[in-house]
Design a protein around this ligand. Structure first.
Ligand code: GLN
Length: 536
């Protein structure tokens, strides 16, 4: 069966939850036995978000094949429980880059290069590449930004043309809008939705479905008004009510007939939706009792989106043990030797996530030292592992000249270092060690007990590594290197067997955690925090 395309757009405001809607639709279609893939089209001009500050963009999500992508890809992977590939993340930057390369090569045979048709053709061909790569029954493409933005116009023109080229039965447009509730008037307002749909119509796109984000339930009257004015059959108008538990959204959309409507309209042969596992999990999620307090010590904690996958992975592991997770967001630069024990006194687990640069690293090391000495469960991720090893070198091996070459290339003992030759003269964007690498787990280690496997693959995003020339000294002092890359011999996991739970990985375990399948390192960490909370 040729791939069918569903295009998800948004209007009225940003942050509507379009990504969560798109993921819910993906989940529903998958539950009907269809093969689903998802794609994000971002209007910004960066090639990818890899070089953007977390303050600008939130987390950079990394795919198994090493693409640095928008955090929405993380939602997609978690909700449809499918690994996506680099083709699933497209930006205007990537489009223009490839158009410019073709122009320089002379591929356009003397033509004058224009937004239409050259840029729009490139967009369509990249969307089709994503379909070719995964060969799904349905490819859901979310267009970033809000209808009416200048930046997203070429994307909207491209998806308009896709209808003409792929046919009515193979293309579906869903438009997400906001229906604001005016408290003073005690009324919800449909006018912004009408305007937003008009905007789309001017671009030649008639939505097949409308999804209305709202704080309060909408009346039948309002829904039929929207149906009439927006020219969408009433069975194509859906509400996405603010959910207490976001995981309820797919179930509520299913009750409103979303997947029936989409499969009929696209003439997809699909079985009945089987949402048993998901709804059971949502029920158990709602029954969680008690809370575990986990300190997340990071540089960008004011912006929770910077740690979106870490936050999700903690929630997944918490759900598995029936507990809510309260994250204590701790800004690493505020930690001093004097206040560290006060700041961390309530933490039942301490997590130091990935990061870059020296600022705040002293505070992170103080938190790691506190976890190590006070036997508090500790999980270090990427930069968190590097700092755990520097902390160990400085405080256990008493190497005062130990540091990371990232902030002190001239230090006496660069226990964290660049692989020589690997990065000489290389550009900043897209050149880190990215994506999946294999890792062999040591017999008898905590890592092996948690993963219950000989060999694992996890995702990476870093430039620096533990310098293996110091391995023996660390091992003699009690550090165990329990995960090693079989090809390069690089250290992937370290742990302290004398501690109830002290483990750190060079890879990012948060990217592979899924609601119904928490990542083993997170699961182990949360289970250890639970033990600690019971005083065991
Ligand atoms: N800054 C470190 C490096 O580049 C760690 C990166 C990270 O935590 N993602 O190696």
């Amino acid at each position: 069966m040729a791939t069918k395309y569903i295009f998800v757009t948004g209007g009225v405001v940003s942050s509507l939850g379009k990504g969560i809607f798109a993921s819910s639709l993906g989940l529903l279609l998958k539950s009907r036995g269809l093969k689903v893939s998802m794609m994000k089209l971002d209007p910004y001009l960066n090639i990818d978000p890899g070089t953007m500050s977390p303050y600008q963009h939130g987390e950079v999500f990394v795919t198994a094949d090493g693409a640095e992508t928008d955090l929405d890809l993380g939602h997609y992977e978690r909700w449809i429980d499918t690994n996506l590939s680099k083709e699933c993340s497209l930006t205007s930057g990537k489009i223009y880059m490839s158009v410019m390369e073709k122009e320089r090569r002379g591929d356009y045979l003397g033509a004058c290069i224009q937004v239409i048709p050259h840029v729009t053709d490139e967009i369509k061909s990249k969307i089709r590449d994503a379909a070719k790569a995964a060969k799904p029954d349905v490819l859901i493409c979310e267009i970033g930004g809000t209808v009416g933005d200048i930046e997203s116009l070429p994307f909207l023109e491209a998806i308009r043309e896709m209808r003409l080229e792929e046919g009515f039965d193979s293309t579906f447009y869903v438009h997400n809008t906001l229906v604001p509730y005016l408290r003073a008037a005690e009324e919800t307002k449909t006018k912004p939705t009408q305007h937003s749909v008009k905007e789309l119509l001017q671009l030649g796109i008639q939505p097949d479905a409308i999804v209305l984000r709202t704080e309060v339930p909408l009346s039948e009257g309002q829904l039929s008004k929207i149906s009439l004015f927006c020219n969408v059959p009433s069975k194509g108008v859906f509400t996405a009510l603010d959910e207490k538990v976001v995981y309820d959204l797919p179930l509520h959309l299913h009750e409103q007939g979303l997947d029936d409507y989409v499969t009929e309209r696209l003439k997809l042969e699909a079985k009945e939706a089987d949402l048993t596992r998901w709804s059971k999990w949502v029920d158990s999620f709602k029954e969680r009792k008690g809370t575990l307090k986990i300190a997340l010590v990071g540089k960008y904690v004011e912006l929770k989106d910077a740690y979106l996958s870490v936050k999700s992975a903690l929630v997944h592991a918490g759900a598995e043990v029936g507990k809510h997770i309260e994250i204590l967001w701790i800004k690493s630069s505020t930690i001093t030797p004097e206040n560290v024990s006060t700041i961390l006194k309530d933490a039942q687990g301490i997590l130091v996530p990935g990061g870059f640069g020296e600022r705040g690293s002293e505070g992170k090391k103080l938190a790691i030292c506190y976890a190590r000495e006070n036997k508090i469960p500790f999980l270090g991720i990427c930069f968190g592992m590097q700092l755990a090893l520097i902390e160990f070198a400085q405080n256990v091996l008493h190497w005062q000249d130990a540091d990371s070459a990232e902030f002190d290339p001239q230090c006496g003992r660069p226990v964290i270092d660049l692989l020589r030759g690997q990065y000489d003269g290389i550009e900043l964007g897209g050149t880190m060690r990215l994506g999946n690498y294999p890792c062999l787990l040591k017999d008898g280690s905590l890592a092996k007990k948690l993963y219950q496997k000989e060999e694992i693959e996890e995702r990476h995003r870093h430039r620096y590594e533990f310098n293996s020339r110091f391995k023996k000294d660390f091992e003699d002092a009690g550090m165990v290197f329990s995960g090693i890359n079989p090809d390069s011999q690089l250290v992937e996991i370290c742990e302290l067997p004398t501690h109830p739970f002290f483990i750190a990985s060079q890879f990012h375990p948060e990217f592979t955690s899924r609601p119904l399948k928490p990542n083993p390192l997170f699961y182990g960490f949360i289970s250890a925090a639970l033990k600690k909370s019971k005083g065991e």
